[in-house]
Design a protein around this ligand. Structure first.
Ligand SMILES: [Zn+2]
Ligand SMILES: [Zn+2]
Length: 324
């Protein structure tokens, strides 16, 4: 094992220990959602790929392994169709609020739940920050903004995403200057809105960069197409062009699944941002559950390029070993 890989594993082991209470509460949250006992999985350190998710009993093809609610989600700032500002459900024409309204909600429940960020968000004038991000076609700063609002409202803790792996490629692809500029705009927006200083004390450039680095590699691109597993993890490029996705979201448990080009599990979204992890084939107890981070229909070379550039690893799954 290389020393850097060793360090990486130690770091993850420490992080897992530090956050084990959070993992336990995650498992129980998933259990409550399933209403059928705890989900048949555990998170553990793998031989070569950091932590992973393992089956604790046989799982049948097609079985719903668990569901997951996002830690933070945001509609695509470039989506052609309107979606609920909270759950990303697609809104019909008749459901849309007047064009002047900034945020649209699909239900009273979503309007209620969105209070955790929207009451803070509404206090500020976001036009400069939003225009800056839109002009550069970046979407993750919108998620960082939402998380910041959630932290200010007390709905999320400052270290909500710390347990997730940050992108190691991050610093190379986005300049410090550019992130610094975004951060300054975000900070100034809160200052102008006269949010109490002690509530925004967490908002440092280091926090912003750390959050973006984790969002970038862990965000799922949400496409509400049932049954498809072409649900790419967020695109490799930090600056992506306009797309038709409903939005993006970061989850806890789903982020612990490792990649395989011939996966035994997949993640899908039926009609909103709530994720469903399903078995694609019969899985044995103890087997690692893996999902495909990219479009599995691509050929070997294209897959390796995308995984190397976007996620920082070369894939050595059985399919790749056979150069399929
Ligand atoms: Zn909704
Ligand atoms: Zn592979």
């Amino acid at each position: 094992m290389s020393s850097s890989m060793y360090r990486q594993r130690m770091r993850i082991a420490l992080a897992l220990r530090h956050h084990s209470h959070r993992l336990r509460s995650l498992s129980s949250a998933a259990a409550v959602e399933r209403r059928g006992g705890p989900p048949p999985i555990r998170v553990a350190i793998t031989e070569s790929a950091g932590r992973g998710v393992f089956a604790t009993r046989p799982i049948a093809a097609g079985e719903l392994i668990h569901t997951a609610k996002p830690v933070v989600a945001h509609p695509s700032p470039y989506s052609p169709s309107k979606v609920c500002y909270y759950c990303l459900r697609k809104l019909g024409e008749e459901e849309e609020s007047p064009a002047a309204a900034h945020a649209h909600f699909c239900s009273d429940s979503c309007r209620h739940h969105s209070k955790v960020f929207y009451e803070v968000e509404r206090k500020a004038d976001w036009s400069i920050f939003d225009d800056h991000c839109r002009a550069r076609e970046v979407k993750y700063p919108f998620m960082a903004k939402r998380l910041a609002c959630m932290v200010i409202s007390g709905a999320a803790s400052v270290d909500s995403l710390d347990i997730l792996q940050p992108s190691s490629l991050f610093q190379e692809t986005i300049s410090e200057a550019r992130m610094g500029e975004q951060f300054e705009l975000l900070r100034r927006t809160f200052v102008k809105a006269q949010i109490e200083e002690n509530l925004t004390a967490f908002l440092t450039k280091e926090w912003y960069i750390s959050v973006l680095a984790r969002i970038r590699i862990n965000a799922f691109r949400i496409e509400l197409v049932a049954g498809s597993y072409e649900d790419l993890l967020a695109s490799a490029s930090a600056s992506v062009s306009a797309d038709a996705a409903s939005g993006n979201a970061v989850y806890m448990l789903p982020s612990f699944y490792n990649h395989d080009c011939d996966p035994n599990a997949h993640i899908l979204w039926i009609d909103n941002v709530d994720a469903r992890l399903k078995a694609l084939r019969d899985i044995e107890a103890g087997e690692e559950l893996r999902i495909c981070y990219i479009d599995a229909s691509m050929d070997y070379g294209a897959r390796q390029n995308l995984l190397t550039e976007g996620f920082g690893f070369r894939c050595s799954c059985l399919r790749c070993l056979s150069r399929d």
